[in-house]
Write a protein that binds this ligand. Sequence first.
Ligand code: HEM
Length: 165
Amino acid sequence: MHVETFLPAFLMFTVLGLVLPVILSKVAMDGRLMPEDTRAKPKAAASVYDQIGGTAAVDAAVDVFYRRVLADAYVNHFFQGVDMSKQAAKQKAFLTMVMGGPHNYTGKDMREGHKHLIKMGLNDSHFDHILMHLRATLAELGVPENLIQTIIGVAESTRDDVLDR
Ligand code: HEM
């Protein structure tokens, strides 16, 4: 056989038989041949913020929440003279952050933010009222009970700071 006829066949054999399998197995191992969602990758647990519906849900919750709070004569005097649109924006950013959403809260920490209210008589009974309004708000918006409990737990964890003790 002449070299001219043998060489193309030899090259073809080398490429198909030896080189191609090596390339294919490497690509497959990299995962590039597998569909996107079947590749092994750790799944991050969805945050409470995502589970309740993200920004839209937090916005709705805080608006309903402050409507309730301002209608409650037991606690609304604490909010006298407070710019409620600024307050709602701070509360939205704070709740978003503590529920595992984006960190955009630039307000005071809970102790500093409420210190002046202690002088006005702020105590556990007022805190309980606020939690009651938060719970009722979330229930009204159809948030599932297990998530309500998680969110109330987060709010509860700020009690000693809010009450400065
Ligand atoms: C669940 C617990 C609470 C959370 C997570 C919370 C959250 C916040 C946040 C994020 C701010 C903004 C702080 C800043 O100025 O940078 C704030 C301010 C304020 N909070 Fe709360 N709060 C809680 C409990 C309470 C309670 C029990 C009361 C009274 C009944 C209250 C009344 C106020 C008032 C009046 C302000 C505005 C202070 C001002 O601008 O003069 N908060 N709160």
